[in-house]
Write a protein that binds this ligand. Structure first.
Ligand code: PLP
Ligand code: COI
Length: 354
């Protein structure tokens, strides 16, 4: 695989939309910066990436993305510190996972330098778009899609790798109420649950809509076999605190290997919190809620950071989580965001200066 890029060409946008943006009131992922990175796979190789003005794509109706959903994505953030320097959090992990997803979806893998150099060039070009308002960051969406054409159900011969960015505030507004899913599944053994394939998320929309109609925000995914074990919280990994032990499920074919998840495990250990990576039975959580040993549940992911769950629903009953003045969720969120925003020492070496 080629490992170095030629100089990345930058075509600057003639106008900027930045003055229309209210950086004090950002929603999540709905306003896009002036530029995007595009890299095409043609004639059997990835071409030199280019930064160009943010713009619509032109694709043929026969492009395989439309028919066979051959697409994957990543989610990252860029953080600006008080001095105005820009930081990424473990970006090489995102590149590795992008290629893991690519391989599973029969998409050609992207060299690391195309990803990192392309991203750095894009962030330097759109640096003014990286928010400095508290709690905000630049959400980065790298993705790949099959632009090659044909109705034959086989991998495309052309692809696009694109990075688009959105200055963003928090993913959830307010308390998160979740419903433990007992009918639908997000993923199965041998499937694509461990990959960030676009179709994984499309498949979640309908069951999530049903949960929203019942007054919940998200679905807690359980195993596809018997819906006996807790797996993920929507598009987040899940953590459960019983007494003073913090538990999360093991990654597998079905559970995404979240970068926030593994960072939280390391930080928790560093804080002296007892952690367990093991399968968690739905019944164990329900019993713990009933006997008062269930202290916290929270989702963890790039977009949502750490989102405490206030209530979970199971078989027509709602269980409220206690409101703790000193929660693991708050402690771990502070530790991880202090590293991300360059407010504290980074003893793990996770920060990456742009
Ligand atoms: N689980 C799923 C299904 C996700 O989509 C995400 C989001 O990326 C995560 C977990 C959290 O992963 P990360 O912490 O790498 O963002
Ligand atoms: C992320 O947390 O970055 C994700 O990719 C989840 C996404 C579906 C918002």
């Amino acid at each position: 695989m080629e490992t170095t890029t030629k100089a990345i060409k930058v075509e600057k946008s003639k106008t900027s939309k930045i003055h229309d943006v209210d950086f004090d009131n950002l929603s999540f992922g709905s306003i896009y910066t002036d530029h995007m990175l595009v890299c095409n796979f043609v004639n059997g190789s990835w071409q030199t990436p280019e930064v160009i003005p943010y713009q619509p794509l032109t694709l043929e109706p026969s492009a395989k993305i439309f028919h066979y959903g051959q697409s994957i994505f990543e989610g990252m953030k860029a953080y600006k510190d008080e001095a105005g320097d820009t930081w990424l959090f473990r970006p090489l992990e995102n590149h590795k996972r992008l290629n893991k997803s690519a391989k599973r979806l029969a998409i050609p893998e992207l060299p690391e330098s195309y990803f990192i150099d392309g991203l750095i060039t894009l962030l330097q070009t759109d640096s003014d778009w990286i928010p400095q308002t508290p709690g905000s960051s630049l959400y980065i969406r790298p993705f790949m899609l099959a632009s090659g054409t044909g109705f034959h159900a086989s991998p495309a011969d052309e692809y696009k790798f694109i990075i688009a960015c959105a200055p963003s505030g928090s993913y959830f507004s307010g308390k998160v109420k979740v419903l433990i899913e007992e009918k639908y599944s997000r993923s199965a053994n041998g499937g694509v649950g461990f990959a960030k394939a676009g179709g994984n998320y499309a498949g979640q929309f309908y069951p999530t809509q049903l949960a929203i109609e019942k007054g919940y925000n998200q679905v807690i995914w359980t195993d596809d076999n018997n819906h006996e074990f807790i797996e993920e919280a929507g598009a987040m990994n899940i953590f459960i605190r019983i007494n003073n032990t913090l538990i999360t499920g093991p990654t597998s074919d079905r559970i995404l290997d979240g970068i926030t998840r593994k960072s939280i495990l390391d930080i928790a250990k560093d804080e002296g919190i007892t952690t367990e990576v093991r399968k968690i039975k739905v019944n164990e959580v329900v019993d713990a809620a009933k006997d008062g040993t269930l202290k916290e549940m929270f989702g963890a992911g790039t977009a949502a950071v750490i989102s405490p769950i206030s209530t979970f629903g199971h078989k027509e009953t709602d269980y409220d989580l206690p409101e703790l003045s000193e929660s693991y969720a708050a402690l771990l969120k502070k530790r991880i965001t202090d590293i991300q925003y360059n407010r504290a020492e980074d003893k793990f070496g996770w920060r990456f200066k742009v």
